[in-house]
Design a protein around this ligand. Structure first.
Ligand SMILES: Cc1ncc(COP(=O)(O)O)c(C=O)c1O
Length: 475
């Protein structure tokens, strides 16, 4: 045995792994059990207290119990209560308790899921979770894919495969030879393409500003009248779920137009793609199965813990050409090695949580989760409109945009609602207006959460109408 053993780590003998993990588990459980009583936004004092973390590197190591105690004491109050039913910010979703539990267990395993040989369970569950996701989303069965950090990287992974495929058809190997001297690729995006797609296009050398912008309607959907003629290698990026309105591009028409010119169609469906799993709202999401690649998040509407995005690509050879790598220590294995399908190598076994969510909910539970969120969103919209506020979008999914008069007053209401702590909604700018954005995407939201949240929003809006100045919290 070497001179240095684990027993020499500071405090390693002070507590057993059981004591250390039980301490964290019981604190985590207490956190989850008290979400209903917490302010959804942290208080300014809780945020100020974070200063206590900002110390120099300790010269000697600490005690595991004190480390976790301190993390809980300072950290927990400075969280946003995203796991509760009254958080409606940023399309963040919540996390099903069973997926938090699967995540804890997989973290205890500490698997590097890059290769099957490193983690047979991680690799197997990745294959199963991908197959199940495709099935639930009604996408072609023979589609390949990867589990990545989020929809941004899922867009990246898919569009890297797209870049490879369209240039290969033009006789150019982008992955070996790069883009200098390559035939130009024309990229089409809707005028309301998500900012992450532009960022990804920049990373892939296709340019953030270079894409041809297609006109959109009042809900941010691409207009299909007068679509331009496509010549040469081309990629068309469409979206299932506009980040503001939740609207869907008309996929059937766009795919027909693109396919005629052998263009690759990529779908950014970070949250909206899950509408395909929910019969009551699925009609607007039809046609997307004709695309070549799809990006979605499991950490949004499937309600698994952060982070988990999924890239799905029909052309497996294109995905592998863009992503696979070889090295002397990475011999071909004859089984699916996750790292050859995604831009990263070492990674946590994030598909475990997707497997757990689908195993827990089943097809019917996923439909109910999505439909429940949409029903809550439409109730919010109706009640806000009845109270005289202006709902700016057609609420056909889980997103509600509401204005409370002019931009100044709308922003005062948003700040007031956040300070009130009953619920949390963010802001956005939509077609020339500032708006409050309500995104219902958590399993945890109940009817009474909706009622309590509406009461807070309406009371804040009423006070903002009375006073032209700042907003005073009722707490
Ligand atoms: C339509 C759309 N695309 C992409 C993203 C980026 O997702 P992520 O932050 O998980 O990378 C989002 C996030 O809200 C989104 O709504």
């Amino acid at each position: 045995m070497s001179e240095y053993s684990n027993a020499m780590l500071p405090n390693a003998k002070a507590l057993s792994p059981r004591e250390i993990l039980m301490n964290a588990a019981s604190r985590g459980i207490r956190y989850r059990e008290t979400v209903a009583q917490r302010s959804v936004a942290p208080t300014p004092e809780a945020i100020r207290a974070l200063e206590d973390f900002c110390r120099p590197v300790p010269e000697t190591g600490g005690h595991p119990r004190e480390i976790i105690d301190r993390l809980d004491r300072l950290g927990s109050p400075a969280t946003l209560t995203m796991t509760g039913g009254r958080y409606f910010g940023f399309v963040n979703g919540g996390s099903l308790p069973v997926t938090v539990a699967s995540n804890w267990l997989a973290t205890a395993w500490d698997q590097n899921c890059a290769l099957h040989v490193m983690s047979p369970v991680g690799a197997t569950l990745e294959t199963v979770a991908l197959r199940w996701t495709l099935d639930v989303l009604r996408l072609p069965k023979d589609t390949s894919g990867a589990f990545v950090v989020g929809a941004t990287m899922a867009n990246f992974t898919s569009l890297a495969a797209a870049r490879h495929a369209v240039l290969k058809r033009a006789g150019w190997d982008a992955d070996e030879d790069g883009l200098f001297g390559a035939p130009p690729i024309t990229v089409f995006v809707g005028a309301e393409v998500h900012a992450t797609v532009r960022r990804v296009l920049g990373l892939l050398g296709l340019g953030r500003s270079r894409p041809v912008e297609l006109e959109v309607d009042t809900q941010g959907r691409i207009r299909t009248q007068d679509l331009p003629k496509i010549t040469g290698p081309a990629i068309v990026c469409i979206q299932a779920g506009n980040v503001n309105t939740g609207a869907f591009d008309p996929a059937t028409e766009i795919c027909a137009w693109a396919k005629e010119a052998a263009a690759w169609v990529h779908v950014d469906g970070a949250f909206g793609l899950w509408a395909r799993a929910a019969p009551a709202v699925a009609r607007q999401a039809e046609g997307f199965e004709r695309a070549d690649s799809w990006a979605t998040d499991a950490h949004k509407w499937l309600n698994v813990p952060y982070d988990c995005g999924i890239a799905m690509v029909r052309d497996e050879p294109a995905l592998r050409s863009a992503m696979a790598m070889s090295a002397a220590y990475l011999p071909p294995s004859g089984v699916r090695d996750p790292m050859h399908y995604s831009p990263d190598g070492s990674r946590r076994a994030r598909a475990v949580d997707v497997w757990a969510a689908i195993e827990f909910l089943g097809r019917r539970g996923i439909a109910e989760l999505v439909e429940g969120c949409c029903a809550h969103a439409s109730r919010m919209a109706v009640r806000l409109a009845e109270a005289g506020h202006e709902v700016l979008n057609d609420v056909t999914l889980n997103q509600v945009l509401v204005a409370f008069g002019d931009d100044g007053r709308t922003n005062r209401v948003i700040a007031g609602v956040q300070a009130d702590g009953v619920c949390w909604c963010g802001g956005t700018r939509f077609q020339g207006r500032d708006a409050m954005r309500i995104s219902v995407s958590s399993w945890a939201t109940t009817d009474s959460d909706v009622e309590e949240s509406l009461a807070s929003i309406l009371a804040v809006a009423a006070r903002a109408k009375e006073s032209r100045g700042g907003y005073r919290s009722s707490r």
